[in-house]
Design a protein around this ligand. Structure first.
Ligand code: UDP
Ligand code: MN
Length: 268
């Protein structure tokens, strides 16, 4: 770990913020992102989708990337998008690859501050598992043995340093990521964990300020919201799992609470 003093700088432009999305979410999930946290990182945030959308491409200043991946929640489509995200990052000169889902709120200043604690020249896999123990699967290279590894939940967001991405490239770049996903037959975030923890023997560093909607979102005390890196939301029936933030903005106008959160964290 570098102290902030030694690393010297906290630079947003070193970070590639990559958001996985799909056509049916452009008008719903992307719209609220564009009105909130995207404004804090418009140059460094890219959206990976499956259909051309001139309006959103314009609103993001050309940062809506249409992949050739299909619009489905199936493993192969999701691995296809992750593969495109990873290859696009590799082609940049940025120092951190951070993946998010389109139902994540990214508290950009908190992300920048947190990453400044680590050197991108060392292999870092930063994120948060959603399981209490490592995943155990049959070894795809030897079905008579089992392997276990941790993976960071994609829906909470995770970050990979440039040094680690370079090590991953032989297993994950130029379509190899999809082959890996097919080999273990598990989702994209699990495939990332398999490559990093199992194939490269580099451990996940748990950052507990990343949050997916698998966690209850309403438990953060108001004072601690600014210390978190990501938030999310979900709905099951009429129950909304959303951040509890004191705001004059009515829930009916801001069902995800992302606008209330944005105003609470940054002022409006
Ligand atoms: N997604 C996608 N294609 C689909 C469905 C979902 O790329 O057909 C993306 C979606 O935009 C989001 C992520 O996959 O970034 C997770 O989807 P969602 O939040 O709907 O489901 P979850 O897995 O969280 O239950
Ligand atoms: Mn989700």
């Amino acid at each position: 770990l570098l102290s902030n003093h030694v690393s010297g700088k906290k630079r947003l432009k070193d970070i590639f913020l990559s958001v996985k999305t799909t056509q049916s979410n452009h008008r719903t999930r992307l719209a609220i992102i564009l009105k909130t946290w995207f404004k804090q990182a418009p140059e460094d945030t890219y959206f990976f989708t499956d259909q051309k959308d001139d309006e959103f491409n314009r609103l993001t200043n050309g940062h809506l990337i249409k992949t050739n991946c299909s619009a489905s929640h199936h493993r192969t489509a999701l691995c296809c998008k992750m593969s495109a995200e990873f290859d696009t990052f590799l082609a940049t000169s940025k120092k951190w690859f951070c993946h998010f889902d389109d139902d994540n709120y990214v508290h950009v200043p908190s992300l920048v501050k947190h990453l400044s604690r680590y050197s991108p020249n060392k292999p870092w896999y930063l994120g948060k598992p959603s399981t209490l123990s490592p995943l155990v699967i049959l070894n795809p290279d030897d079905q008579s043995s089992k392997i276990s590894f941790w993976f960071a939940t994609g829906g909470a967001g995770f970050c990979i340093s440039r040094a680690l991405a370079n090590k991953m490239a032989p297993f994950a770049s130029k379509g190899k990521f999809m082959q890996m996903g097919e080999k273990i037959r598990l989702p994209d975030d699990v495939t990332i964990g398999y490559i990093i923890e199992h194939l490269l023997s580099i451990n996940l560093t748990v950052v507990d300020t990343f949050h997916s909607h698998l966690e209850p979102m309403n438990l953060f005390p108001s004072k601690t919201l600014k210390d978190q890196i990501t938030f999310s939301y979900s709905r099951s029936g009429t129950e909304m799992n959303v951040v509890n933030v004191n705001s004059t903005i009515d829930s009916s106008k801001d069902p995800t609470r992302f606008m209330a959160l944005y105003c609470h964290l940054n002022g409006c």
